[in-house]
Design a protein. Structure first.
Length: 423
C-alpha cells in the first residue's frame, strides 16, 4: 500500500498551464479505466476544479502514474508541465487531501465548494470501479474530518467562494455595478453561486446565456432575468457592461474575432469581462482589444489575500488538526493493510495444503477406491496438516510459559473454555 498525490494547483501553476490539464467530470470513467489498466495501479481518484487538477492513487511505482498524469496535458510539453507538479506520498499525501477537502489549500481559504466537488469526484470514481477498500476507508475518514472542522472551528464561518470574490471584485472595480447590465455565461454550479450573490448585490438587467435553455431555466426561477441560447451570445455581449463566464467548455466561447465584431457595434464602449472558468472561456488575446478589460481567476488575488489574513488563526488550528489526523489515519490504514496481507498469506497456505490433498483424493477416486473412504481420508489428513504448525507453536509457547499466546489463540480461533478451566 502506497498512496500518492500528483497534481498542479493555483499555487504552482498559472491559469494558462492549469487549463492544459483538466479532467472533465463526465469523462472521469474513461480516464480512470485507462490508468487502472496498469497492473501496478490499484485504486485511483481524479479531482479537477478551476484551481487544481490532482490524481490520488494507490500504486506500486510513482514514475508510471506521474508519466500518465503528464501525458494527459493538451498542447503542452511534459518538460513544461513537470516544474509545476507537486508529489506527496503516504502520510503527506493524506494530509494534502485533507487540506484540499476542508478548503485550507483553496485559493479562497475556507471555501466550501471544494468539499462538494471532492465528494462528487469520489462518487464518479466509485462508479468507475476505481475505489476499493483502501480508498473507501480513507475518504470516509476525510469526509468525517471535514465536517468536524466545519463545526468546531471558524473555518466554516462566513463561507466564501471564487464566485463571491468575483462579485466583490466587480463591485470594487465598477462604481455602477448595482445597475449594470450583466451577462452570465454558463449554468453550472459556479453560475448558480454567482446568481445567488447577484440577487443580493445587483438590481440591473441580467441575461443568462447557456448552450441548453432547458438546463438553465431552473436557475432563473424567482429571479428577473433573460435567458438566451449560445447562438445569441454575440447579441448579448453588445449590450453588456459586465460579463461573468463560468462554463465547463474545453474550448474558448469568446474569441478575439468575436470581440472585435462586438466592439465595432458597441462603438468601442468599454466593458469588463471576468472569466473564472478553467479551461478559460475567453481567449487571452481579447485583452489586447481597446476598451475591453479582461480578468481571469488569477486576478482575484487581492481579495483572496485579505480573506486569507482574516482566517489565519482558524487555519493554524486546522493545520494542527490535520497533522494529527493524517498520522492517525495512515497508521490505521497500514494496520488494516498488514491484517489483510496476513489473512491473504494464511489463506494461500491453507489453499496450497488443500490442493495437494485434493489431487491425491482425485487420483484415488480414479483408481476405484470407495468414495466414502477417500473423503474420510481426505478430511483426516487435511485436518492433521492444518493443525500441525499451530499445535507445534502452542506446545512451544506452553513450554516457554508464554501463556499470553495461549490466551490469544483461544480468542483468535474462538476456542471455548474446557471443563477443567470452568472448574
Amino acid at each position: 500500500m502506497t498512496i500518492f498525490v500528483i497534481g498542479i494547483n493555483h499555487k504552482t501553476a498559472p491559469v494558462h498551464v492549469r487549463e492544459r490539464i483538466y479532467f472533465a467530470l463526465d469523462k472521469h470513467n474513461l480516464y480512470l479505466r485507462d490508468l487502472l489498466a496498469y497492473p501496478d495501479v490499484h485504486e485511483a481518484m481524479l479531482l479537477s476544479t478551476c484551481n487544481r487538477s490532482e490524481l490520488y492513487c494507490d500504486a506500486d511505482h510513482l514514475d508510471r502514474v506521474r508519466e500518465w498524469f503528464c501525458a494527459q496535458a493538451t498542447a503542452l510539453f511534459r518538460s513544461t508541465l513537470k516544474p509545476h507538479l507537486y508529489l506527496y506520498r503516504d502520510e503527506k499525501a493524506i494530509a494534502h487531501i485533507m487540506r484540499v477537502a476542508c478548503g485550507l489549500d483553496s485559493m479562497i481559504v475556507g471555501e466550501s465548494q471544494i468539499f462538494g466537488q471532492m465528494k462528487e469526484a469520489f462518487s464518479e470514481s466509485c462508479t468507475a470501479g476505481a475505489v476499493g477498500t483502501l480508498f473507501y476507508r480513507l475518504f470516509q475518514q476525510i469526509f468525517t474530518m471535514v465536517k468536524e472542522i466545519r463545526t468546531t472551528t471558524s473555518m466554516g464561518a462566513c463561507p466564501v467562494s471564487v464566485a463571491s470574490a468575483a462579485i466583490h471584485f466587480a463591485k470594487q472595480t465598477l462604481p455602477h455595478f448595482p445597475q449594470a447590465n450583466i451577462v452570465l455565461i454558463g449554468a453550472g454550479s459556479m453560475s448558480e453561486l454567482l446568481l445567488r450573490y447577484l440577487t443580493v448585490h445587483h438590481r440591473g438587467t441580467l441575461t443568462l446565456v447557456n448552450r441548453s435553455i432547458e438546463h438553465a431555466l431552473p436557475l432563473l426561477v424567482g429571479m428577473k432575468g433573460n435567458l438566451v441560447g449560445l447562438d445569441q451570445l454575440e447579441s448579448a455581449l453588445i449590450e453588456a457592461d459586465i460579463v461573468l463566464s463560468a462554463t465547463g467548455s474545453v474550448t474558448p466561447l469568446i474569441t478575439q474575432k468575436t470581440m472585435l465584431a462586438v466592439m465595432r457595434t458597441r462603438a468601442k464602449r468599454s466593458f469588463m469581462l471576468i472569466d473564472i472558468a478553467v479551461p478559460r472561456d475567453i481567449e487571452s488575446s481579447v485583452a489586447e482589444i481597446e476598451g475591453v478589460h479582461l480578468f481571469c481567476i488569477d486576478d482575484l488575488k487581492t481579495i483572496i489575500e485579505n480573506n486569507r489574513q482574516d482566517r489565519e488563526h482558524a487555519t493554524n488550528k486546522v493545520r494542527e488538526m490535520i497533522d494529527q489526523k493524517s498520522i492517525e489515519c495512515m497508521g490505521e490504514l497500514q494496520s488494516i493493510d498488514h491484517v489483510q496481507d496476513t489473512i491473504r498469506v494464511y489463506r494461500e497456505q491453507i489453499e496450497a495444503l488443500c490442493r495437494v490433498e485434493l489431487v491425491k483424493a482425485k487420483q484415488q477416486l480414479q483408481q476405484g477406491v470407495d468414495p466414502s473412504q477417500v473423503l474420510d481420508e481426505f478430511a483426516r489428513v487435511f485436518t492433521k496438516k492444518l493443525l500441525h504448525v499451530p499445535s507445534v507453536q502452542l506446545r512451544q509457547a506452553g513450554m516457554a510459559k508464554r501463556f499470553e499466546l495461549l490466551s490469544l489463540a483461544k480468542q483468535l480461533f474462538a476456542i471455548p473454555e474446557s471443563k477443567v478451566e470452568r472448574l
